[in-house]
Design a protein around this ligand. Structure first.
Ligand code: GLN
Length: 305
């Protein structure tokens, strides 16, 4: 059996020379003050075992990783209808790019770029009840803790600077692909991005994706096997924005990143892995986190390829 604890502790040491080369996200002012040298990593196996290293118990802003859980929620509530609002093709553009959206008449390429996530959140807001409450409860359920929450300062800070995202939402509204009010959508989107989790919670939350929908910890099929397969495919092809190809080349796992410096990856049938290191590369993905995952799959031979 692989010594996952030994591997994680080794990686925490081995990535040290990579600090100082990326940049903490500062276009959301509240994120700019996060200490750059944090590093946490967690592995949650499909049997339910947990291995952690470094700052794995410290919560951080999950940002775009929320898009993964929102897609799960939307598929549970709306099934394949979701794919009438967003595509499932990689975009090749920056996560908040506007260019392609106009060419493609307001239908975002996939649910993981910002316009796609806005369309998914708008879809969820068409349900009765408080969407923020629904998001928070779902993440608490997935992470198996009652204390996971959204950081109000981070949400307010993003909301005050959400000019590009607001423009994306307005453009889509003009094309008929946002149905509700843009102001309420922006507030809910910033709320979901400001959810905070730690590495251990994130790996737990992603466990159903690694288990064909089943989580040994929840002792239940949280999503269907078909949904787990589809979401994994979208992670592999769209989860790391416009560096998805080089990430697949280096790490070889379906994954989803966020500008808070988190990445969650899955090894189908085996485990969910999460890593947090706030410095980002030019594509908005964790610089050190990508190195850590690359080391992990090299050392444990867990790439899907
Ligand atoms: N809240 C961020 C935004 O909309 C999320 C982006 C990300 O994590 N890549 O810009």
């Amino acid at each position: 059996m692989t010594d996952y604890q030994g591997v994680l502790d080794h990686i925490a040491e081995a990535v040290q020379p990579h600090f100082g080369k990326g940049k903490v996200a500062d276009y959301i002012p509240a994120l700019a003050s996060v200490p750059a040298r944090k590093f946490g990593m967690a592995v949650r196996t499909t049997e339910g075992d947990l291995f952690v290293t470094g700052d794995a118990a410290e919560r951080f802003s999950i940002q775009s990783i929320s898009k993964l859980f929102m897609l799960e929620l939307a598929l549970q509530h709306f099934g394949d209808m979701v794919w009438t609002r967003v595509g499932k093709e990689p975009s090749g553009d920056r996560f908040n790019s506007m260019m392609r959206l106009e060419h493609e008449a307001g239908i975002p390429r996939n649910p993981f770029i910002n316009p796609g996530a806005l369309a998914i959140t708008d879809l969820m807001m068409s349900l009765k009840g408080d969407t923020k409450f629904r998001i928070r409860n779902y993440l608490r359920f997935l992470a198996m803790t009652d204390t996971v929450d959204s950081n109000a300062d981070v949400a307010a800070s993003e909301l005050a600077h959400a000019h590009v995202n607001r423009a994306l939402a307005n453009l889509m509204k003009g094309y008929g692909n946002i149905h509700g009010a843009v102001d309420a959508l922006m507030a809910t989107y910033c709320y979901q991005c400001a959810m905070e989790m730690n590495c251990a919670e994130l790996a737990t939350a992603a466990l159903p994706l690694a288990g064909g929908g089943y989580s040994a910890l929840h002792d239940a099929a949280v999503i269907s096997a078909s949904q787990a397969k589809r979401i994994g495919a979208v992670m592999l092809t769209c989860g790391m924005y416009d560096s998805v190809g080089s990430f697949a080349y280096r790490v070889g796992l379906p994954a989803k990143s966020g500008v808070g410096g988190g990445i969650v990856a899955i090894v189908p049938g085996k485990m969910a892995i999460s890593v947090w290191a706030p410095e980002l590369d030019a594509f908005g993905n964790s610089y050190v986190g990508t190195h850590a995952l690359e080391l992990f799959t090299n050392l444990t031979h867990t790439s899907i390829f």
